[in-house]
Every structure is written in structure tokens, then in C-alpha cells.
Design a protein around this ligand. Sequence first.
Ligand code: G3H
Length: 478
Amino acid sequence: DGDVYKYYADGEWKKSASGKSVSIINPTTRKTQYKVQACSQEEVNKVMELAKAAQKSWARTPLWKRAELLHKAAAILKDHKASIAECLVKEIAKPAKDAVTEVVRSGDLVSYTAEEGVRILGEGKFLVSDSFPGNERSKYCLSSKIPLGVVLAIPPFNYPVNLAVSKIAPALIAGNSLVLKPPTQGAVSALHMIHCFHMAGFPKGLINCVTGKGSEIGDFLTMHPGVNCISFTGGDTGIAISKKAGMIPLQMELGGKDACIVLEDADLDLAAANIVKGGFSYSGQRCTAVKVVLVMESVADALVEKVKAKVAKLTVGPPEEDCDITPVVTESSANFIEGLVMDAKEKGATFCQEYRREGNLIWPLLLDHVRPDMRIAWEEPFGPILPVIRINSVEEGIHHCNASNFGLQGCVFTRDINKAIMISDVMETGTVQINSAPARGPDHFPFQGLKDSGIGSQGITNSINMMTKVKSIVINLP
Ligand code: G3H
């Protein structure tokens, strides 16, 4: 059936024996755009075997050769930016320019990972025994980093290419093999990206990509005994996965409720520009989006006016036209966002714009005078709606930020660097940005969430290290 995209295993494109497919609905047209194979559990078993076998020889492939292949894949990926971006536009309604940026950023990430990998994996440690009490200098310890085995990579819909390669590249450079399970929305973009790795000429079976229904193969994959590491980005399913997974390293990033604290001495134009960019880019569907503004009452009117003026300039419409605000990923997501809006309305929030929705397209909305009893004060909308909570002290802002079950990033706007550092120190988040909106990049920076926002740290160096274990050889002298 030529209409259904094939999955990738053993260096080949394959049809599922199940004969079943999964439909991908275009968020803009709300019609089926693509279909992918619904892989079965038997097919997953086969892929795991292939990945295990391919990893053994890959681990013995010289590091510089692994890096060379990654550089090649990065170049091919960038050459195919237009066609992959087109899929991103159709599958996840990412604005056209941002879709191209995602692919270019991904190519750069793969190259940087290859470079970083040859440096950090090219070094080991040499220890001598006589520094520990009671020992003579009779033992030499040589330790180096070795791969974990098969890495299972599960990226989310909002960066199906970039958050896939941020797992694939470190896994491969470190000598692991890979099983990728892309999100349904974004699966075809991911398959195109995998095709770039295929064209680069990696060994058969080393990289595999299975598509299908989470209900059929989700738990089966994450609980599979052949998996030696899981790198997951997504929603709170990550918490369930962490409870079911075996005794293997886990790397997870599970969303956030990033607070933006604005002090009285802040540059309000700078803050407003970052709030709009941070809150509304890709229609708020970023784990690092600004998700609650906590502003000192004395400057709140001025800030809200500035933000409102900028929100009025956002273009709303289809991703093909590169509009700022595009349809959210699914109808159920739009319904969830609407539920948060209605709850805030009932409880008396001030609407800075009229609420408007057509299909999955939701117009950007700033909600002022939000109070802690409203769901939007705590829940992550993953949509273009942003609550403003007015605070009377910095402590009140910090308290709200730290009362969240999330702890991904946060930001603080002030001209007083001492205050900025003191506030950053006490905010219980993986990263705090001073005078800028939260963001994961540049991609070599450490990226981590505290509390329900995740496990472990990402970023190129941290991911390479996480996907390895230490092996020692001790030479005992006579
Ligand atoms: O959605 C989660 C991403 O890791 C956020 O990445 O800050 O580059 O948008 P970003």
C-alpha cells in the first residue's frame, strides 16, 4: 500500500505484517494527511534483536568513523531541510520558518555531538592505588566510557526531529544502537530524518524506527528487556514509564510551568518582548514556554499594556503562511485549553482579548488578575494562553514558582544583578534565565527539570555521558 509510510528496520523500509496503519491528522485541515505503519509487538521484538546485534560491532567501530558518519548525516539532514520542514508544517502545524529552523538546528546538533563525542570519549582516567590509605602503589586503574547497548528514544510531537536527534546522536557517538518511537503527530517528519541517516550509510540494524499505537507497543517498548536506556521527552506518561521501566538509566523531560518573575526595576519593554516570544512562539506548545507571569503590582498595569500591544501584532492562521499563532496539535488539546480558559472566566480572570477559537486554532489570549484558585495558575496549557498573577512581594512570586509540581525553567527580569542571582538561587527549577525567556538552547547547555519535570540532565555533553557507563581495568603489579 503506497499510501502508508513504511517503518525502518535492518537498514530497510518495511510494511507491518499487521496490515494496520495509524492516521496522522493535519491540525489545520483536520483531515488525514499521512498514514504510518502500526507495528506489532512481534515486529518490536525483531527490531530489538537487530539493534542488539548491530550494537556489538558498532561499539568496536573506531570513534572517528562513528563521528564521520554523524557529520555526513548532519549534512544530508540540512540538505533536506525544505522537504522535512514541509512535513512538520503538515503534521504539527509548525510555522514554516520555524520548521526549517528546527531541521537546521538538528543538523548542527548532530555535528556538534560528533565533535564533542570524539573529545570526551577519547579520554579516560588513570588512577594509582597508593592515594587510598593502606595501599601500596601496586595497582593501576584504567577507566573509560563504554556504551550501554540499545537506547530507546521517544521524542514528543513539538520537536519530532530536533528532540529525536538530541537522543540519536549522543547514543550513536557513544557506541549504542537505537530504536526510535516517534510521536504519531510528527512520525513522517521523523521517518524523513531517519532516511537522512540511512543515506549517510550507517550499518544495518543500528538505527531503527518503529511507528504505531502507544496502546499496542508503548508499554511493550518501554518495558522490553532488550532496552538498556530510555530517553523520553513528553508529558506525564514519563512518570508512568519511570515506574515500569527496568533497572536502566532514564533520561526524561516532562514539561513545565515556567514562571516569569518581573520586578519593579525591570526593563519592561525587554520583559514584554520576552513574555510574548516565550509565551506564544509555536502557540505556547513548548515545554520551556513562559507559562505564568508573576509581576509586581506596581508595574503590572504598565507591563500588561506592553504585552497586550505586542499580542495584538501576532498573526493568526495557517502554518504555511508562517503565521505566529497556528492551530494546536489536536482537537483534544484545543478542548483542554478551552477548559482552562472557561475555568478562569468563571472564577473572574480579566480577559485582555476576546476568547476566540476556530477548529484547532485558538487566538492568543492574555489572562490578567489570575488567582491561585484557577486551574490556569498551575496547569500547563500547551497552547497560546498566558496567565498573569499580580504579586505584592518577590517572596510571593518565588513561593508560587516553588509551589508548582513542575521545575523545568524560570526567568527573572530585574536590573539588579544581585537580586537576580539571589532569586535564581532559590527558584526550584533546573535552569533560571536572567533577563530572557526560558529556552533549552543553545543545545550544548545543560537542560534538566526538577520535580515532575524530569530525571537526569540533557544537553549534548550530559547526554553523551548519560548514554555510557564506566568500565575499569585494574593492572595488579607483582
Ligand atoms: O518542548 C520542549 C523543548 O525541549 C523546548 O525546547 O526551548 O528550544 O523550545 P526549546
